[in-house]
Design a protein around this ligand. Structure first.
Ligand code: PRE
Length: 250
């Protein structure tokens, strides 16, 4: 979203960014679902010190690091060790987040969820040999999911600033359950799950000029998108929020 500076930091504007990220996530899933699972991409390969997927992501992240992607506190690398420095100077934006919480990176969990849970649900079996483009589509999905989930840091910061007393009590007690309760809005979560399902129907339908809508023929199963949010995206965002808050007073 690129505008997480102090003057625009409020819950409404952040929630708008989360809503906009839904579009990015759903379109990236639709693009990935064009290709079969292509499992050899993820197998260890001699000469690559890992899989072709890992090689692709590491090299892509190295280029993006040089071009300044990770200067933004909203961006987190999947393989952050040994990234080259940015060739551009830092942008000097205000530090909105608490420094300890700003460095939270749960991409390992996101990667694990993506490979083990999500990918089998959105791809067909098979191998068409298009490994590079498949890896590129994977990276798009992963970066969109990661950005959305790590925005939890900003959400947590806002919530802390809005009710410092309640949060301070729970933080001092290091009470994760109390923090989780404070930051949860069940009605908001329900609305999100319904909305992403509807978006997947709208974005993923075949469009042609005949009278008959191609209802029911979706590029990514809308109920999988709703499940993705309910079981992984929202819980992981909340995990980031709790982790951020736990160290907010350090
Ligand atoms: O909108 C918020 O208040 C958030 O904290 C974000 C979010 C989400 O991940 O979408 C997480 C927890 C809330 O229960 C509702 C929604």
């Amino acid at each position: 979203m690129g505008n997480c500076s102090d003057d625009v930091l409020n819950l409404d504007s952040l929630r708008k960014s989360l809503v906009r990220e839904e579009d990015t996530i759903i379109f990236s899933l639709i693009e990935r679902a064009k290709y079969p699972v292509n499992s050899p991409l993820y197998d260890e390969r001699p000469g690559f010190s890992g899989s072709l997927f890992e090689f692709f992501v590491k090299e892509s992240e190295a280029v993006q690091a040089k071009a300044g992607r990770y200067l933004s506190v909203e961006e987190n690398a999947f393989f952050p060790d040994n990234l080259p420095p940015s060739l551009l100077p830092p942008r000097g934006s205000q530090q909105v987040l608490h420094p300890r919480g700003a460095s939270i990176n749960i991409n390992e969990q996101i990667l694990n969820m993506y490979h083990k849970k999500l990918l089998p649900l959105i791809t067909s079996d098979g191998d068409d040999g298009n490994y590079a483009i498949t890896a590129d589509r994977d990276l798009d999905c992963l970066q969109a999911l990661s950005r959305r989930i790590h925005l939890g840091k900003f959400v947590a910061e806002i919530k802390f600033r809005e009710s410092p007393q309640d949060y301070t009590r729970a933080i001092l007690a290091q009470d994760k359950d109390a923090l989780m309760k404070l930051l949860t809005f069940e009605s908001v979560e329900e609305m999100i799950k319904k909305r992403v399902e509807k978006k997947a129907m709208v974005f993923g339908q075949d469009v042609d000029l005949s009278e008959n809508d191609n209802v029911g023929n979706y590029k990514v199963n809308p109920s999988v998108v709703s499940r993705l949010y309910g079981e992984w995206v929202i819980p992981l965002t909340k995990f980031v929020e709790v982790e951020y808050l736990l160290c907010r007073l350090d």
